[in-house]
Design a protein around this ligand. Structure first.
Ligand code: NAD
Length: 355
């Protein structure tokens, strides 16, 4: 039975199409602060459930539930392949992040996280800032992603992981890891994209870039001698690797036929608009790098980073993304299967083998 938004009731959670035998779902309500939130612990076989809190103005409670169920399941897969001892979880706060934030709201949310006694560890996600996490920290020990709780901004580690993921994709598609002289089309020069562009430039790569913000584009032209493409054409420029670091669903029925790259490897979440788009890339012999594997450097830094400690282990584990992707690409090539399918199977095997 599939649940439609208009007939959602609590009694239908187990039948929801996004429900995947989640271990625990916590509905959080604090009337005084206005808090309405859902925490979903998908799977804790590998360790405590870890995944950020998203604040979003959902159209309905059902949309919020579906989102948290899907996102928490995704974290189980992501954390398993990142090689960190954490399971998958996620939280959503129902509300407008521009108008509905208050100290009382985040303190109340923190109390719910604390109530799970370490079975769930949270961090920033869409709509949640480091400042919000600091407020949660007044009432819980289990909110991370700040300098007080770890290494602070995860983006440089995400960028490092993406760089290593690009090396793995180049090795699989072109048969070498020398990025010198190769051309990379980078979409989005934000916290992660600019860092990736920097690493590619240092490795001798040529860059074509696009961003809706002129200032960052100008910085990239100056720092990396980058060429510039219009924001709506960056996916279609002549290049070796397309590096999406801005939006989701950039690989879709309109963009895929226009791609000239032989590989796609970037930081953006949910790059494939749908399952069929992965197939379309495969049919065009364009190697797709599963997004949740290549962009795991940030979660690795949040999971393992300690305040005032060297980041040696975080860097080491983040670099291992290259090896993990190498395994995924080899198995994909050997079986003629899409890499994102192999990644899911590998994650499921890792979780199943955990005692
Ligand atoms: P960000 O907001 O700092 O950067 C995004 C950049 O994309 C901005 O500069 C923005 O101007 C640009 N942009 C927006 N729309 C665009 C368009 N149509 N064309 C070109 N550029 C556009 O975000 P970020 O932290 O760098 O994250 C980038 C992506 O990576 C997101 O999809 C994010 O979910 C994902 N991601 C980030 C992290 C992390 O550690 N920050 C971790 C995992 C995944």
């Amino acid at each position: 039975m599939t649940v439609r938004p208009d007939d959602f009731t609590l009694s239908t959670v187990f039948e929801d199409e996004a429900f995947d035998n989640h271990e625990q779902i916590v509905f959080c309500r604090d009337e005084a602060s206005g808090l309405k939130a859902i925490i979903a612990l998908h799977n804790t076989r590998l360790g405590p459930a870890m995944g950020g809190t998203r604040m979003w103005k959902y159209a309905s409670s059902h949309d919020a539930l579906t989102d948290v169920l899907r996102l928490s399941r995704g974290m189980t897969y992501k954390n398993a392949l990142a090689g960190i001892p954490f399971g998958g979880g996620k939280a959503v706060i129902l509300g407008d992040s521009r108008t509905d934030k208050s100290d009382a709201l985040f303190e109340a949310f923190g109390r719910y996280v604390e109530g799970l006694a370490g079975r769930y560890i949270t961090a920033e996600d869409v709509g949640i800032s480091t400042g919000d996490i600091e407020i949660m920290n007044r009432s819980t020990r289990f909110a991370r992603g700040t300098e007080a709780t770890g290494l602070g901004d995860p983006s440089p580690y995400t960028a490092l992981g993406v760089y290593h993921g690009i090396r793995a994709a180049v090795a699989a598609r072109f048969g070498h890891t020398d990025l010198g002289g190769m051309t990379f089309a980078v979409q989005g020069l934000g916290h992660v994209g600019f860092g990736v562009a920097d690493l590619l430039h240092k490795a001798g790569g040529k860059l074509v870039v696009a961003d809706i913000k002129d200032a960052v584009v100008n910085r990239a032209v100056e720092a990396f001698d980058a060429d510039v493409a219009p924001v709506d054409r960056i996916h279609a420029v002549a290049c070796d690797v397309f590096v999406p670091c801005a939006l989701g669903a950039v690989l879709n029925a309109e963009t895929i036929p226009e791609l000239k790259a032989k590989a796609v490897a970037g930081a953006a979440n949910n790059q494939l608009a749908g399952f069929a788009d992965g197939r379309a890339l495969h049919d065009r012999k364009i190697l797709y790098t599963p997004d949740y594997v290549i962009n795991a450097g940030g979660v690795i830094s949040i999971a393992l980073g300690q305040p005032d400690q060297p980041d040696t282990e975080v860097v080491e584990r983040t670099r291992r993304i290259e090896t993990t992707l190498g395994t995924i690409f080899s198995e994909a090539a050997a079986t003629g299967t899409q890499p994102e399918i192999i990644a899911d199977r590998l994650a499921e095997r890792i979780v199943a083998q955990a005692s």
